[in-house]
Design a protein around this ligand. Structure first.
Ligand code: BTN
Length: 246
């Protein structure tokens, strides 16, 4: 698959979308040394210090229908966790749906964006930001964010991390395509799911409620046992509709 290396861009997601619209093929990877306007989820910005992070986006033109695309984020999260564990030996876990966490702090975020018709995907871009060799974070995010360098005490090879993440992604993506869902990946996702067995607070359009996260279903929704509810009484929440804290 082609890889495009850029010295700088606004956001690798934006660049990937422009390239996808201009005809770039499925599997094209865009990597940038510097993002001037890195984007996070929910309209937030993503701090992208130069030459020390891994800022990259995969262009996909899959055949499956649009509702399945959100699962790609979970597949990507598994690939990052696996790639990071393989290269660094650090215990990288997943905070549903798609944050990668080491020692309680975030080392990676994923932003998936799609252009689609009601029953057809034009393209999906899967953007991954890994705090690889970042030496210091601004005070406002120091409590929540960390880097591979800070956790490991030595610099990592960004090329090795990129290679292992995509190697893992290809293997997980093949499994995902078997059923076009997460049924064959669910167990492994849950094995690294940090929310599992933990109290979570869900903020959905109807209000706020608490429960214990038990796992995911085959389409990637988080299964929550509502406080006061029985063992079998699980509620499935969708990442697009809710914000999960805890
Ligand atoms: C989040 O956790 O809020 C998602 C962060 C996603 C950041 C990556 S960096 C590469 C790609 N380009 C962007 O502008 N954002 C994603």
């Amino acid at each position: 698959h082609p890889t495009v290396f850029l010295e700088r861009t606004d956001s690798t997601n934006n660049e990937a979308k422009r390239m996808a619209e201009a005809g770039a093929s499925h599997g094209t990877l865009v990597v940038a040394e510097n993002q001037e306007a890195g984007k996070g989820r929910r309209g937030r910005s993503w701090s992208s210090p130069e030459k020390s992070g891994i800022w990259m986006t995969l262009i996909m033109k899959p055949e499956f229908p649009p509702f399945q695309a959100s699962m790609l984020t979970l597949v990507a999260a598994m690939a990052v966790a696996e790639g990071v564990r393989f290269v660094t030996g650090l215990e990288a876990g997943i905070k549903w749906p798609n944050d990668i966490v080491v020692n309680g702090k975030k080392i990676c975020g994923i932003l998936t964006e799609m252009s689609a018709e009601p029953d057809y995907i034009n393209h999906v871009v899967v953007g991954i930001g890994i705090n690889a060799n970042i030496e210091e974070f601004p005070p406002d995010i120091r409590e929540k964010a960390t880097s591979l360098y800070l956790e490991l005490g030595e610099k990592v090879s960004r090329a090795a991390v990129i290679a292992e993440v995509w190697k893992a992604f290809e293997a997980y993506y093949d499994k995902f395509l078997e059923n076009a869902d997460l049924s064959s990946l669910r167990e492994e996702y849950e094995a690294h799911l940090l929310n599992r067995g933990k109290e979570v607070c869900v903020l959905d359009p109807k209000g706020e409620w608490q429960g214990i996260a038990r796992g995911i279903d085959r389409i990637g929704r988080l299964l929550i046992q509502q406080t006061g509810g029985g063992d079998k009484d699980l509620r499935a929440v969708d990442s697009g509709e809710v914000s999960v804290r805890g």
